[in-house]
Design a protein. Sequence first.
Length: 263
Amino acid sequence: MLVPDGSAATVVQRIFEEYLAEKSLQNIADGLTSDGIPSPGVRRGEPGRRAAGWSKGAVRSILVNPRYAGRATGGGDGGSSAAIGCRPIIPAETFERVDRIFAARRVGSTPHAATGGNRYLLRGMMRCARCNRLMQGTWNNGESYYRCRNPSAHSTHHPRNVYLREQAVVDPLLSWLGATLTARGLSRTLSASGAPDAGTHQLAVVDAASRRLRRLESASEEEHALFFRSLGMRLTYADASRTLRVKLQLESGVLTLRSELRV
């Protein structure tokens, strides 16, 4: 569940109504944020998570969740399915209308759809340092960008839009990975952080990642994206200093590496 009991029905119904009234996901998210409605992460009370506005990804997650139409699903949805059980919040026909709209828009909706390319290599990994929200992919002048849009934020704390060009990140990121994912690079990185020397298993993990990295020279965009995701990567962009904090968790925490890059 993305929204717990209590005000769940009102928020969910509003999202479905506004989407069927042809509001975009981003406009719906902006409206919820502007009206002071807590975002899903805040509602769950996740430890250590700062307050953040709604993202279009959070809105979309609600619109595609069949539980809101009273339909049980086989898998989890990142929260407590017991929050509403299978009691419908919106009519089944409303959910089906939204589902048809999404299905129609999936066909040829991205510039790379015809070639099967992965439009955003770092989708779901890039956060804004100002608000800790996931930055959303956006296409501009034939290039991929990541954007954090928060129209209700105070101008001295958060600009209306924070943009980051994807290629400005990928090149220095690959360069850093190439220098770090070696026995010597790993030793240097661990020494600089005061961590103990790498063990045999950690060295084997780095060697395997290094071999995959070398194969990327002739790989597709999709393979690049899968490689980045396999590293357990978390990226945080600070627009004021144009720096990128990088955190890797190889093999679910067997080895954690951090760095800060200029982008």
